[in-house]
Design a protein around this ligand. Sequence first.
Ligand code: XMP
Length: 323
Amino acid sequence: DWTTGNVIEEQVAAIREQVGDKRAICGLSGGVDSAVAAALVQKAIGSQLTCVYVDHGLMRKGETEQVEKDFVAATGVQLEVVDASERFLGALAGVSDPEEKRKIIGREFIRVFEQAQLEIMQEDGPEVAFLVQGTLYPDVVESGGGTGTANIKSHHNVGGLPDDIEFELVEPLRQLFKDEVRMVGQELGLPDEIVQRQPFPGPGLGIRIVGEVTKERLDLLREADAIAREELTAAGLDRDIWQCPVVLLADVRSVGVQGDGRTYGHPIVLRPVSSEDAMTADWSRLPYDVLAKISTRITNEVADVNRVVLDVTSKPPGTIEWE
Ligand code: XMP
């Protein structure tokens, strides 16, 4: 029978058999799939695994710390965190076009990740012959079922490895659906904040700032997003919504009145949606009092924001993200 215990036992044996006494690397994105895949492989081969987490500076509040502290505490995994935020910000300077931003973020991500891989491969120890990926059953079906070459199915959906590095893939989640992956993660002792995480795009907050991405704008959006998430969680709505992008309209200003005078600040957009698979979505009918609380807190607590607006567009025609 199918139990998470059986799945874990089976996969641990299979991973040990596959990897032998060689080493493996795994890229962590902060998302559920890579976290559970890494935890499974860690359980199987311990210190033969090294994880790499690229901090691009576009994460939400607390997310990097979640990987750095909570994930490591729960799994004992060997983790290399690469702080590349300045590099990403530099590459994004002056860029407002959404596609251009995505390309830059994807490109820089691959470069930083490859560099970290090379460094790990040059450390003393057995050959690094394996790359762990959090491929799920729906991904397998979608891509025609074959075992791929070492193509980084990163959260950026781009790129691959240079031709001269050959990895064999370890894909312990290939037979699982998302809800099963969550159950396995829970059984492995991963924190709820990771296991129950809602989808978050690879390019992160970089595509939730309409306009140029700057450190100041990221800090501002990070605060607004943290408030929205906190209130949605407090209201017990996390399982009711698929995700809720919080978007900063950095190139728009409107007039407001706050404290002693008039302000000229930016709007924040709330985009709560319900969905089964993100292909289509409907806007979530959130309780007015929750919306009111979020709005009041954001305009009170986040400097330079004087307006909060609600996106009431389904998908199609509107995508879930604004960029
Ligand atoms: P859209 O905006 O196309 O988003 O309706 C559909 C789902 O995909 C997520 N999303 C991404 N996920 N890399 C990802 O891994 C990306 O570049 C990306 N862009 C959008 C989005 O959050 C939603 O869940």
